[in-house]
Design a protein around this ligand. Structure first.
Ligand code: SAH
Ligand code: F3S
Length: 480
């Protein structure tokens, strides 16, 4: 199914505008979540200032960096496979250096140097500003490691260079880390405690993107609803802030309002929302501003109260339904997507049926669905036996995916006959004669090119659909 992507199997070299003064070549590949792709843009920006230009040709690289993901075992295996390829490359060109960045670097630390003999450098997600120093050590023949997690670092002062950009849509990171401690999840260990980025630096970045012709930004965080700026520092230290800091603090609804008003022509999206932190104020703000897209990625993981509790998801099935009802009341045509985990420890057939019936209630537009993968060090790994046989996990996952496909088709059929605003992002994957873009609900729309171009907002009459794509025909520009 097209919409079920396993984040772990991405991996693409990133290219940026070269600086003529730079002599060395950086090949950087990213795996995992959008945040990693966004981080690679920050890394490329830092290294452009340290003598490196990017290349997408491994053969001409002096430095290979792999920005890694630890979310499921498969993600780590994919990276280890890739390292074998770099090993082969190193044999023919001994001067080539290899660095591991991101969540695997943080999780395995210097152990990675022993396990993967070809790795010269291990750098965690909060240590990228140290890269120029670490590279000096590597140049002098020593291995270099920095996996210190920070209370402050948000990279708010680094202008990311846009890599492989379509020139239309961009990611803007707004928080780092996560304090939620879902028992299955490795992110709080690899990305540290949650901290928010200065809202003025966020608005500034979006203003610059608008000036460069970008038309859509996605605000990124592991849990955007818990965004809270009170002058810097960890979210968990907010209680200790001064009265003045508390009075002038900006929450996620406040940030959305600032961004929407700063650039009324820019489409605004965000990801990811957590049901336990999403407020009605956020939904009301979305409803108030035309340029905030009607789409919420709202992972639930399971439909069973018993499993939600074991996952340390701090809401019940009923509370999730209330949230969904509020969304549909305030934004009737809001697109909603999910993340789901099949086969969490102790999950019974009844729990699984609860997941299917929750999906039946919501009828999500699309979803990202996974079999549970035990991650070392998490609370679930320490306290719960991974007791659901792989066969059962796979069968339950299949049932979840099949139901989602049915719902995606149902949701897409509701668009038939409507005229919807689409922002053109590029060629359709299947045909050079068609554009591909998205409507406000984030559903992919494909239509004949005519005289329109990438970056145009176009009204498209929807005439057909699959479970993954809407198909139509442009009837004019939607904006002057
Ligand atoms: N809040 C984050 C979630 C990151 S992980 C965000 O911004 O998306 C993305 C998804 O991976 C989770 O929602 C969950 O469905 C899945 N996931 C996380 N840990 C997992 C594990 N141990 N096994 C299987 N799936 C997992
Ligand atoms: Fe992971 Fe839960 Fe945070 S899924 S990223 S601990 S919200």
């Amino acid at each position: 199914m097209e919409k079920v992507i396993d984040e772990s199997v991405q991996g693409k070299a990133l290219l940026i505008e070269p600086n003529k003064a730079n002599a060395r070549k950086l090949y950087i590949e990213s795996y995992g979540c959008q945040m990693n792709f966004s981080d690679s843009e920050i890394v490329a920006s830092i290294l452009t200032g340290a003598g490196y230009n990017t290349t997408d040709q491994l053969e001409e690289a002096d430095l290979v960096l792999v920005n890694t993901c630890s979310i499921r075992e498969k993600a780590e295996l994919t990276v280890r496979k890739r390292l074998e390829k770099f090993n082969a490359e190193k044999k023919s060109r001994p001067h080539l250096k290899v660095g591991v960045l991101g969540c695997m670097a943080e999780r395995l630390k210097s152990k990675l140097l022993e396990e993967e003999k070809i790795v010269d450098m291990v750098v965690g997600p909060d240590a990228y500003k140290d890269l120029p120093n670490l590279l000096k050590e590597v140049d002098e023949g020593r291995n270099a490691v920095n996996v210190i997690l920070s209370k402050e670092e948000t990279y708010g002062d680094i202008a990311p260079v846009r890599l492989n950009s379509n020139g239309v849509t961009a990611f803007v990171s707004i928080t780092r880390g996560c304090d939620n401690m879902c028992t299955f999840c490795v992110v709080p260990f690899t990305r540290g405690r949650e901290r928010s980025r200065d809202p003025y630096s966020i608005v500034e970045e979006i203003n610059q993107l608008w000036d460069k012709g970008f038309k859509e930004v996605t605000l990124l965080g592991q849990n955007v609803d818990s965004y809270l700026w009170y002058g810097g520092g960890l979210k968990k230290d907010f209680e200790k802030a001064s009265e003045m800091q508390k009075a002038t603090a900006v929450n996620f609804a406040g940030l959305l309002k600032m961004v929407a008003e700063a650039q009324p022509g820019m489409r605004i999206r965000f990801s990811t929302s957590n049901p336990q932190d999403m407020t009605v104020e956020v939904i009301e703000t979305m409803a108030r501003y035309e340029n905030i897209c009607n789409y919420i990625h709202l992972p639930v993981q399971s439909g069973s109260d018993r499993i939600l509790k074991k996952m340390n998801r701090l809401h019940t099935r009923e509370e999730y339904f209330e949230l969904i009802d509020n969304i549909k009341r305030l934004i009737p045509d809001c697109g909603i997507s999910q993340d789901m985990i099949a086969g969490f420890p102790t999950e019974t057939e009844e729990d699984h049926q609860d997941t299917l019936s929750l999906m039946e209630y919501v009828k999500y537009d699309f979803g990202f669905m996974f079999a549970y993968s035990e991650r070392p060090g998490t609370l679930a790994a320490r306290k719960l036996e991974d007791d659901i046989p792989m066969e059962t996990k796979k069968r339950r996952l299949r049932e979840i995916i099949e139901l989602q496909q049915k719902h995606s088709l149902y949701r897409n059929q509701q668009h038939l006959g409507r005229v919807e605003e689409v922002l053109i992002e590029g060629n359709s994957k299947k045909s050079e004669e068609h554009w591909m873009g998205r409507n406000t609900q984030n559903t992919v729309v494909v239509f004949p090119k005519e005289n329109y171009k990438v970056g145009d907002f176009v009204n498209v009459r929807i005439s057909d659909c699959t479970s993954a794509t809407l198909i139509g025909e442009a009837v004019g520009y939607s904006k002057d």
